[in-house]
Write a protein that binds this ligand. Structure first.
Ligand code: NFS
Length: 644
């Protein structure tokens, strides 16, 4: 069994791991003790792409001396195998983000066609901005006069153009031109401009099939193309279209950690990534009709909470509190107070079904592509055309279940206040200048050194490392050294649980320069930019910084760095790679599946800087991890001549 103290730095998590053990229920923390990872697979040198294998190519003891003669049955070298595996991870991650984006685009289309009552165009400003980026005319000429074009027409054409990005037969992704010009030109020169989203992913599957591409440089080139199709394509479209249909976030106050659940309320937890259904669940659960019904059933009210990125989505737009990070998902049920857990797609443990069996919890899957085999799982297939009915059914089911609680309820008392909902628009508002607009104040503070640089710290939890320790140590070390942190995904949830997402955190944890800026402007030193698809907001914010001037001409000139201290998913690899290809030095913790192929590793860790200005790195020690980022930031400051 796991030692709760060694498994997590968070007292609520420690308490609930112990509670699960007391009840005889295993959690991911215990399973991580019982099953150790395969050292060959973990270092990227196991090839199972054909049935002559799996071929395993472990590094010889003492490392490679002389020529590296390792090869698989077909002759594949460790570099080929690691590169193939790596870009298949990119394909997995890019397809998850992009398929999510596609679903949102379809909902946007039905809203534009007015086929649904549940969704409307909420943010017309954003619609106009997206229309422009997709080359949709926003004005018309009438009798020689320029007039605003009909909004419904713009919406419809924008939806068509957006959906087309997944499968168009010629051209290149339209969003690529949103990057600074030198970056776009570099991608063009390198031959990595994605043609459409789906094609780049399919091409990875082809090239990594037995006997096709056998040059790690050419393989990773396609990985780059697909990752760009994610960051500057599928993910960015997901963010933008969600903002159009659900509203662009602005700073909003809330709370985080399992302590947000309430014993005397009906607790509904939404978990996953696509806010399409959870948006409606939020609306329905907050309706007077459902509140009355809950009261009739003996509850004081309905408490909603989120897990993973669905949490981030409904937090940033509605202030719904965050219940848990990725690794705490089983624990939310183990409180005994979870009346329904509604899951959509991605990052959902199949073991939730086994845990739910020990309690009264209704576990509800909602997406046609994400079902579970266990027979206690209820599937309510969600469709945008009857979204309201689905959501009502789900909320009512949770309320009806309130009286069925069997085990003694134990909700940890821990929770922290947080401010979330930052984005390009709100950073511009808070850190923009009243005269020059844009990101002038931010740039000015970077140039004068109050802010040393900006870091994007993102990504998952991983049961192979102590829960939240990497996240919190890296982030605290960065802000202590005056680095402003932008966060998304489970890092954002971890930071929220630690109280780092409050303006008050500045005075406690930051260096003098960052404290001064945060206190003057009234922002937290760690800005929550949303879910993992919202990493696209970081790309666009960085682009705005370039545009505001004084800090070079390209993203790779900026004193910025990226990090995922506790990554685990394929999505994280895709994100890491589009950061790198966008010119950002990006450090991962835990381990990377390239360590068994030193030549390929050197290529993406070092050679890549010459090609793209950004490169990968790996550092497990969180303090060293932060200092590698700071060293890179200082290197960039020096190159810009602002290293006073
Ligand atoms: Ni990102 Fe969001 Fe969390 Fe990792 Fe999973 S929730 S999409 S993949 S675990 S950060």
């Amino acid at each position: 069994l796991a030692d709760p103290i060694k498994a997590s730095i968070d007292p609520a998590t420690q308490q609930m791991i112990a509670r699960a053990q007391e009840l005889g229920i295993d959690t991911v923390f215990d399973r991580a003790e019982a099953m150790k990872p395969c050292a060959i697979g973990a270092t990227g040198i196991c090839c199972k792409n054909c049935s002559m294998g799996p071929c395993r190519l472990p590094l010889p003891k003492g490392g490679i001396v002389g020529e590296d003669t390792r090869k698989g049955l077909c002759g594949a070298t460790p570099n080929t195998i690691a590169a193939r595996n790596f870009i298949r991870m990119i394909a997995g991650g890019a397809s998850a983000h992009s398929d999510h984006g596609r679903s949102v685009a379809e909902v946007f289309m039905s809203a534009a066609r007015k086929e649904t009552d549940a969704y409307q165009i909420k943010d017309t400003q954003k619609l106009l901005a997206v229309a422009e980026a997709l080359d949709v005319a926003t004005t018309v000429e009438v009798d020689g006069e320029t007039k605003a074009r009909d909004m419904d027409e713009i919406a419809l054409e924008t939806a068509e153009k957006a959906l087309n990005e997944w499968g168009k037969s010629e051209g290149e992704l339209l969003y690529l031109k949103r990057a600074p010009k030198p970056r776009y030109e570099l991608w063009k020169k390198m031959g990595v401009l994605p043609r459409n989203i789906d094609r780049e992913i399919v091409e990875i599957m082809h090239r990594t099939h037995m006997g096709v591409d056998q040059d790690y440089r050419n393989l990773i080139k396609q990985g780059t193309r697909a990752a760009l199709a994610d960051g500057w394509g599928g993910s960015m479209l997901a963010t933008d279209l969600q903002d159009i249909v659900f509203g662009t976030p602005s700073p909003i106050q809330s709370e985080a950690n399992l302590g947000i659940m309430k014993e005397d309320h009906v607790n509904i937890i939404v978990h996953g990534h696509e806010p399409v259904l959870s948006e409606i669940v939020v609306a329905v659960a907050q309706s007077p009709e459902m509140l009355d019904y809950a009261k009739k059933k003996g509850a004081k009210g309905i408490q909603l909470g989120g897990i993973c990125c669905t949490a981030n989505e409904i937090l940033q737009r509605h202030g719904i509190p965050t219940a848990a990070t990725f690794l705490q998902q089983e624990l939310a049920i183990i409180t005994g107070a979870c009346d329904a857990m509604v899951v959509d797609i991605q990052c959902i443990f199949q073991n939730l079904a086994n845990v739910a069996k020990c309690f009264h919890t209704k576990l509800i899957t909602t997406h046609p592509i994400a079902k579970m085999e266990q027979d206690n799982v209820i599937h309510i297939e969600f469709d945008e055309h009857h979204a309201l009915d689905d959501a009502k059914k789900i909320v009512k089911m949770a309320i009806d279940n309130f009286e069925n609680r069997k085990t003694e309820v134990m909700i940890p008392r821990h929770k922290a206040a947080q401010v979330a909902g930052f984005g390009v628009e709100s950073i511009e508002y808070h850190l923009g200048g009243s005269f020059r607009g844009t990101f002038y104040t931010l740039n000015d503070n970077i140039i004068n050194g109050r802010i040393r640089g900006v870091a994007g710290v993102v990504g998952c939890n991983n049961a192979r490392t102590r829960h939240n320790e990497g996240h919190i140590t890296v982030v605290k070390e960065l802000i202590k050294n005056d680095v402003l942190v932008l966060t998304t995904g489970c890092n954002a949830i971890a930071c929220a649980m630690e109280g780092l997402l409050t303006p008050e955190a500045a005075g406690v944890y930051c260096g003098p320069g960052l404290t001064e800026v945060c206190e003057t402007v009234g922002i937290p030193p760690v800005l929550h930019l949303g879910s993992c698809v919202d990493n696209s907001r970081i790309l666009l914010a960085a682009t705005e910084v370039v545009k505001a001037g004084g800090l070079g001409n390209d993203l790779s000139d900026l004193p910025v760095a990226g990090s995922a201290p506790e990554w685990m998913s394929e999505k994280a690899i895709s994100i890491g790679h589009y950061f790198v290809a966008s010119g950002v030095y990006t450090v991962f913790g835990v381990g990377l599946p390239v360590e068994g192929a030193p030549v390929f590793q050197n290529y993406i860790f070092n050679e890549f800087e010459k090609l793209y200005g950004g490169m990968w790195d790996l550092e497990i020690d969180p303090i060293k991890h932060a200092h590698k980022m700071i060293a890179h930031i200082d290197k960039k400051r020096k190159a810009l001549g602002i290293d006073k």
